[in-house]
Design a protein around this ligand. Sequence first.
Ligand code: DOR
Length: 463
Amino acid sequence: MAAPVPAQVVPAHTTLPLLIITGVRAVDPAQRLDAVVDVVMEGGSISRIGRGAATQDLLQSEQAMVVRGDGLLLLPAFIDMHAHLREPGQEYKEDIASGLAAAAAGGFAHVCAMPNTRPVNDTRAVTEAMIARARSVGGPALHPIGAITVGQRGQELTEMADLKEAGAVGVSDDGRCVTSSAVMRRALEYASTFDLAVIQHAEDHALTEGAQMHEGAISTRLGLRGWPRVAEDIIVARDVLLAEATGARYHVAHVSSLGAVRILREAKSRGISVTAEVTPHHLTLTDEAVIGYDAVCKVNPPLREQADVDALREALADGTIDVIATDHAPHSSLEKDCEFVEASPGMLGLELVVPVLLGLVRAGNLPLGRVVDALTRAPARVVGLDAPTLAQGARAELCLVDPEHRYRLDPSRLRSKSRNTPLLGRELCGQVCLTMAGGRIVFVDPLIEAQRSAPQAPGGAGS
Ligand code: DOR
């Protein structure tokens, strides 16, 4: 019998001829699958999945690498439709190589990169350069999102035909809101001719000038200028009307307020073509995290109140919010180790999705299947990608997770160049052990694997 794989020796970025995971709990909402199975991958595709799929013949094959899956979860690899990889222009915070490495460590096979780079990704040339760079790096696939307006200045529309042809999968001015109703209407009309979703950063800037955090009792107590919920709600309400009038595909980035949830729920009940995403941090943190003036908790839109968190969780559970997206926003100590009012908004996300979301599942706030769907099929629909799945015949795009592994988040664990997460030094539970993207291994966790490479009992392959 082939030995269980000591993953330190599994070369990343390789396709193994025969990789077998035995006795693993596989969860794939697209297949209505939640069962303990064996999974056999040959040449980067899933050739067999089911109880007893790992036959003795296969297990004894010289070429087989076997991973014991008992106690582990096998999920389709994730799609992040909202990340900031900072290349071109701010590579001291992150670059495409470090961002994709972080994504692989987080369980992602696909990452959509927001266009607020320097220069802004508002042209074919930038889109193509990003894709070429990602291909040379390997790892998860990168899908740029082009800008809605030239320079994200909110005035002149970009050449969306070019962006799409170059590989952009959506358009957004994320970080800035398209505040002009006329520009937004034209953007929706134009983007719909290319079947691109228009992804809005919903913030009425006139209502948030100088804002540092959510407007409420805590902002008053801290003496920080507040960002009221209504600044988000106004834009979402207006855009829903524009989406209805144009029939275009409209998507709300990082929803944070209970009012926006109410508007989205009503819009969906009327059949308007609206989708929305929520971040792990808006699902788990409130403005109380800001009490110590810790700039790491400054994000845009801001962390709000428990009533908002509850509304977001409920909306994600019932499908009003379709997608979980990280809004991975790396910043260096220059932008974060400073006075709160000087700090840039944003926190890391790519590497922390699994422990944060498994925490919500464990606490009974969200079913695992819904979380997986919100990280796979739902974003795939918005940005027009094929969703990773565990179906027989599918290209291997999956992640293996140890849901019970506990560890303290040490900065040295992070693949990102930046360290701006409030979870540093905290005890986390849940760890990605292995990620495959495009049929190839793109991440293996050596610590976890060392624990799992103990010899197997004869015939104890798990099926
Ligand atoms: O917190 C945020 N950071 N929100 C955004 O919309 C932009 C992002 C960034 O680029 O840092």
